[in-house]
Design a protein around this ligand. Sequence first.
Ligand code: TRP
Length: 369
Amino acid sequence: MTTPPANPDLIHLPNPTDSLKACIQRNPALWNELRTEPNRFRVLTGERTTGPLHVGHYFGSLRSRVTLQNWGVPLFLVLADYQAITDRHATAGIRESVEAILLDYLAIGLDLEKSTPFTHSMVPALNQLVLPFLSVVSMAELQRNPTVKEEIALSGTKSVSGLMMTYPAHQAADILYCHGNVVPGGKDQLPHVELTRLIARRLNNLYFDGRPYFPETELLLSETPMLLGLDGRKMSKSLNNAIYIGTAEEDTARLIKTAKTDSDRHITYEPATRPEVSNLLLLCSLCTDETPDQIASQIGDGGAVALKKRLTEAVNEYFRPMRARRRELSKDMGYVLSLLKRGNDRANEIADRTLAELRIAMKMSYYSP
Ligand code: TRP
């Protein structure tokens, strides 16, 4: 006799502080397991298609995806085009963003034949999963999501779209359609991963007799501290303060010249009191083998001018081979888009299967297909 499944209403979101603590504690072991048992995992990650990827994305997450790929972990990469319209109506620029991101992926060394890149809009069964998913979350749970709240505040909009409120459930579908059990990301992704786990547990209890049909996904925190933009604010396309993977060398130099610093000519690494200067040192350190403190002491009284010169050289040198590869690949967008088509075909196969299995479990399979 199996014990009856727990009442799904009794499954709740954990306290955010506890959940972050647990995640931080689990992280080293999770990295280790990914390295030693890559086949136990399926990693799902990706981005909204709101522009090309910048050096913050690179050091924060793209670089570690290449590591995971090289360990043999299967990667699914969502180009979240429906999520790009959570806070805007205009779809102009989405196509260009999809192309730019694919080029960025290839430039940094992701193998898009091995991994599975896909766009929301081309995988209908994934989107249909959102309906049963939404049925098991409450309005209060959606409204409580701190990442969504912050994004709404940042966007400055008065009228919040239904898609904005529900996109974390959509994100759960991105993850669960392919049974993704690891999502690399920053702390801001934790509420989404917690919601994904909640949906998985409730659906497993409701329709699968408590069997783990959907996995309980874990967040894999990246090791790199958050890079700020050149003005000390969040690095973002709309703030025009980002260096992109594909930015040309002259433009990189020009952008870094405009970077905000402070009035103290002596360069030191003090993130708490000198965030702008320290951020430039951090980026420089990520592009070289030296620590921010070492770079600071070499520059010393050279001031912001010397720091910026050093940083420009470091960034341009680090990204030169990737940029060259990116330029080369951009000449053959037909090939690049054929990789997306392959990814979408594979994503559709998997999503169709998951939806069919869920439909059977939900007793909504009325005749064989
Ligand atoms: N929300 C992510 C971002 O803003 C993008 C994203 C969409 C995503 N679906 C996902 C990330 C699933 C991880 C897993 O960048």
